[in-house]
Unconditional design. Structure first.
Lengths: 118, 234
């Protein structure tokens, strides 16, 4: 048995899609929170308008790693909640595969955000 | 007697201070159906979960197709030809039976989906998702996936649970056919009449351990088994 096997279709498509949607929702949530904080700080004069966009969109290294790990854990919980692990195991797919796929999708998305010239 | 293709040997397991398995074993023999019987809560499902690697044991070993697994994992066993049908849901909620069979065939190119659909009469609802099926249809759909794998060993925890008599008959015939094709089938349940009629070997679980009782006829002659598990009027 190979050490690591990807799930066959349609599961191969399902887990990256779920991970991307989750990542997008978390990022959107973070952005909304940032907008609300920023509005509050602008109104009380803590900051002034015109902050660079990149510093807001690109997370620090530890925060990026934390987000990737979080999405991996949530991917695992979601697959467990949907009772999908027994079927995947019957396909010879190890349990670690789903959190690894979820985390990898989040990591790629974060890298693309970093690479974009904000 | 033919050597077992699957053996979970000498399993020990406790939940906290409460011992569940004490030197419990189960076997599955090629070309036959083995039935694991025992009272509610005696540890049948725990024994199977331990054998599949879902629960850690203090001691015990799984032997499948002459390979030894000190720390068994279903993914490894399945890649080698075992299929495990748990007592809970098998099919992914968002996917149809056809998609499950497609995934199975992608992974195992020799999977026989059409024959399995015929065997369990599930072709009419292969485009439905699990939540669109009745309990009996869903169980037959799960067994369809199991049969499509053409496993060397099928381990099914309570395959008859909640089935109407007609569905149970279809499942019974399907399991028998699988065994006739050479698979080793190991099942649990409480549908005693159905299981004794289907089984070739009976294993009785009591007090956390297991006893091989032989054929169903031999099991029915076992006084303690009759007294402890079957009713006096059986």
């Amino acid at each position: 048995m190979p050490a690591f096997s990807l799930p066959p279709p349609p599961f191969r498509r399902v887990y990256p899609t779920r991970a991307f949607v989750l990542w997008a929702l978390l990022r959107a949530g973070m952005f909304v929170i940032w907008v609300l904080f920023r509005a509050a700080m602008l109104s009380d004069g803590t900051i002034t308008a015109g902050e660079p966009v990149r510093e807001i969109i690109v997370l620090s290294g530890p925060a990026t790693v934390g987000l990737v790990v979080l999405i991996g854990i949530l991917g695992d919980i979601d697959a467990r909640r949907r009772d999908e692990y027994v079927f995947l195991a019957n396909l010879g797919i190890r349990r670690i595969t789903v959190p690894l796929i979820s985390g990898a999708v989040a990591a790629v998305a974060e890298l693309l955000l970093r690479a974009f010239p904000w | 007697m033919v050597a077992p293709v699957f053996a979970a040997e000498a399993m020990w397991k406790s939940f906290g201070p409460r011992p569940i398995l004490r030197d419990a074993s189960a076997w599955a023999f090629p070309g036959s159906v083995t039935v694991l019987l025992g009272r509610n809560g005696c540890g049948k499902s725990t024994l199977l979960r331990c054998a599949m690697g879902y629960l850690r044991t203090f001691a015990g070993v799984v032997i499948f197709r002459e390979a030894r697994y000190d720390r068994p994992s279903l993914a490894r066993l399945a890649a080698d030809g075992l299929f495990y049908l748990a007592d809970r849901r098998l099919l992914a909620r968002g996917l149809t039976l056809r998609q499950h069979l497609s995934a199975l065939q992608h992974r195992y190119p020799d999977a026989a989906a059409e024959a399995a659909l015929d065997l369990y009469r599930t072709a009419p609802f292969q485009d439905r998702r699990p939540h669109e099926l009745s309990g009996g249809e869903e169980r037959r759909a799960e067994l369809t996936v199991a049969a499509a794998r053409a496993p060397a060993c099928l381990i099914a925890d309570e395959p008859f649970r909640g089935l109407a008599p007609l569905d149970a008959e279809v499942v019974s015939q399907g399991l028998r056919t699988l065994a006739e094709r050479g698979a080793a089938v190991l099942i649990t349940g409480h549908e005693v009449h159905q299981l004794l009629a289907l089984g070739d070997h009976i294993i009785w679980m009591t007090g956390g351990t297991t006893h091989y009782l032989g054929t169903p006829a031999q099991a029915l002659e076992h006084r303690l088994f009759r007294w402890d598990y079957l009713t006096a009027t059986f």
